[in-house]
Design a protein around this ligand. Structure first.
Ligand code: SF4
Length: 250
C-alpha cells in the first residue's frame, strides 16, 4: 500500500490541487524579491495585530497550531479571540493599497477565505474572522465566516485527493488559471513564461473538478477601527455580505 503523506497545509488546501501536492512533497519555491519583502512586512503586521488584540483583552491565544497527519490538514491560526462570548479563529492578511481597495469594493480574495474556511472545517472553531490590512495605510476590513457544510465537503474531497497523489509520489494535472502567473512553483508546470502565458490566455478561469461551492461572508466594518474589541451585534449585519467563489478576488 502506498505511504500516506503527512498533511496538507491549511494555506493551500483550498487552492490548486497540483500546488497542494507539491507543498506536501516539499517541492522548492521560486519566491521573487518583492514577494519576500511583502512576506516580511506581513510578518511584522501579524505581530503588531496580535499585540493589539492582547492589549484589547480579547486575545485567547496567538499562533495556535492544529491538525496533523491524523486530520489530514495542518495549520497555525493567527489568533483565537473572544468574540460575542465565543472563541473564534482569526486569519490576518496584509495586501497592497490597490488590493485593499479591490477587497473593499468587491469582497475578499478567495485564497484568504479558503484558508480561514479550512481552519473552520478541520479545526475546533465553527466561526472565524478574516482581517485584511493595507500595508501602507494600515486600514483594515474584516469578514465573518461560519463553517459551511457544502464547502467543507468539497474541501475534504480536495484534501483526500491531494494526499492520495502525494502518497503515490506523482503530481495531478495542472489547474491552469491566471493564478499561474504569480504562482511561485510555475516552472514545475510550464517550460517557460511564453508557454505559461499562452496557457493562461487560453484558460484564465480556475475550474477545479468538482467546482468550488460559493461561500457567504459578512462584512465586519468595526474591525477597521483597530483591534477586534467589538461586540458581535455591532459588527455583523451592518456592513453587507459577500458571496465568494473560486474565481473571485484572484
Ligand atoms: S503554475 Fe498553475 S497549475 Fe502549476 S501549481 Fe501553480 S497554480 Fe497550479
Amino acid at each position: 500500500m502506498a505511504r500516506r503523506a503527512a498533511a496538507v497545509p491549511a494555506a493551500v488546501a483550498g487552492g490548486c490541487l497540483r500546488y497542494a501536492v507539491m507543498e506536501v512533497l516539499g517541492f522548492g519555491r521560486q519566491i521573487e524579491a518583492a514577494a519576500r519583502q511583502a512576506m516580511a512586512e506581513g510578518a511584522m503586521g501579524h505581530r503588531r495585530f496580535q499585540a493589539e488584540l492582547a492589549t484589547a483583552s480579547v486575545l485567547v491565544a496567538a499562533e495556535v497550531a492544529f491538525g496533523g497527519p491524523a486530520v489530514g490538514v495542518r495549520g497555525r491560526v493567527d489568533a483565537v479571540v473572544q468574540w460575542g462570548g465565543e472563541a473564534v479563529a482569526v486569519e490576518f492578511k496584509t495586501v497592497d493599497e490597490s488590493g485593499f481597495e479591490g477587497i473593499c469594493r468587491e469582497g475578499p480574495r478567495y485564497a484568504h477565505v479558503a484558508q480561514l474556511a479550512t481552519y473552520l472545517e478541520f479545526g475546533p472553531y465553527p466561526r472565524g474572522i478574516l482581517v485584511v490590512e493595507a500595508r501602507d495605510s494600515r486600514r483594515r476590513v474584516g469578514f465573518a465566516l461560519t463553517q459551511d457544510a457544502v464547502f467543507g465537503q468539497w474541501l475534504r474531497q480536495r484534501v483526500a485527493a491531494a494526499l492520495e497523489w502525494a502518497a503515490s509520489r506523482r503530481l495531478p494535472p495542472r489547474e491552469v488559471s491566471v493564478r499561474c502567473q504569480h504562482c511561485d512553483r510555475w516552472p514545475r508546470c510550464f517550460a517557460d513564461t511564453a508557454a505559461r502565458d499562452q496557457a493562461v490566455a487560453a484558460h484564465p478561469r480556475w475550474e477545479p473538478a468538482p467546482p468550488v461551492p460559493p461561500l457567504w461572508l459578512q462584512r465586519v466594518p468595526a474591525v477597521a477601527g483597530g483591534a477586534l474589541g467589538l461586540a458581535r451585534e455591532e459588527g455583523v449585519g451592518d456592513g453587507g455580505g459577500s458571496r465568494i467563489s473560486g474565481t473571485d478576488g484572484i
